[in-house]
Design a protein around this ligand. Structure first.
Ligand code: CP
Length: 307
């Protein structure tokens, strides 16, 4: 039985297989419509979500399965003091696979250690968000045809943004990737990631001004400032509008650049950018469903050759 806690839980070859499956699902959705008949997904969300929870649920329904779960810890017995370890023991009796989001880093890992069913980390604190990374990689691969030879700019809250941390870990395994970290001083990428890149001789640079690096980017990955992880509101208010991607800044970018964003967006991308053909963040949401469908089939070890 396999869990997914980090994008590194899959080798590059396994990811290729998963993305091929996701692309086949996109092309032939009917083929997979009953592949999870009788199976149940539990979505245990101790933290708010729109995309991750609903795309997991849509994914399981698209595969013919059913969904149970909670979207708010206050509606679950966590509010009475039940531990994650005990909760997953219960969920193992009710469902075949579980997607868990939790504000505490490592909570899905604790659940996985006690679980009799596959557990997927659907975001743990400021740590990792591996299914967003599957979504991001599938989007890039589908729209660009490759996952190597890119300069990728990651912009915004690089300190608390778990999607950024997971994406860097996943992308550093591909050839000729260079990273440009664009953030205010207070929201810089954590030191442990910089150390990892140095150890692996992966090129990176850190800048404050987005305009300075726009012309060199193949992909621009925007992120919102993570209000829920700040210790005081004053700092959040000071930093929340540090970056606003608008038409003027887009004019500095390459013609074939992709703009991605895990969403939700707050102010960091002006709505005037939405109609730019390079804005791929809403297409990214659709790829999230295919990525999660492929993940569910893989973790449940469904025999897709027999479909
Ligand atoms: N991208 C993402 O994780 O969105 P939600 O918080 O809405 O799930």
């Amino acid at each position: 039985m396999r869990h997914l806690m980090s994008p590194l839980d899959f080798t590059v070859e396994e990811l290729d297989k998963l993305f091929n499956l996701a692309n086949d699902i996109e092309t032939n959705p009917k083929k997979y419509a009953h592949s999870c008949d009788g199976k149940k997904l539990a979505t245990c969300f101790y933290e708010p979500s729109t995309r991750t929870r609903l795309s997991f649920e849509a994914a399981m329904i698209n595969l013919g399965g059913h969904v149970i779960g909670f979207s708010d810890a206050s509606c679950s017995s966590a509010s009475k003091g039940e531990s994650v370890s005990d909760t997953i023991r219960m969920i193992s009796c009710y469902a075949d696979i579980c997607a868990m989001r939790h504000p505490k880093e490592g909570a899905p890992m604790v659940a996985a250690s006690k679980s009799r069913i596959p557990v997927v980390n659907a975001g743990d604190g400021g740590h990792q968000h591996p299914t967003q990374t599957l979504t991001d990689l599938l989007t890039i691969r589908s729209l660009k045809g490759r996952l190597n030879n890119f300069t990728i700019g990651l912009c915004g809250d690089l300190k608390f943004g778990r999607t950024v941390h997971s994406l860097i870990h996943a992308l550093e395994r591909y050839d000729n990737i260079s990273f440009v970290f664009i953030s205010p001083e207070e929201l810089k990428i954590p030191d442990y990631i910089i150390e990892m890149l140095k150890e692996k001789n992966i090129p990176y640079k850190e800048v404050i001004r987005l305009e300075e690096v726009m012309p060199e980017l193949d992909i621009l990955y925007m992120t919102r400032v993570q209000r829920e992880r700040f210790f005081n509101e004053e700092d959040y208010v000071r930093l929340k509008d540090f970056y606003i991607l608008n038409k003027e800044k887009m004019a500095l970018g390459k013609e074939d650049m992709l703009v991605l964003h895990p969403l939700p967006r707050v102010n960091e991308i002006s709505v005037e950018v939405d109609d730019d053909p390079r804005a791929a963040y809403f297409r990214q949401v659709q790829y999230g469903v295919y990525a999660r469908m492929a993940l569910i089939l893989t973790l449940l070890e469904i025999d897709i050759d027999s479909l």
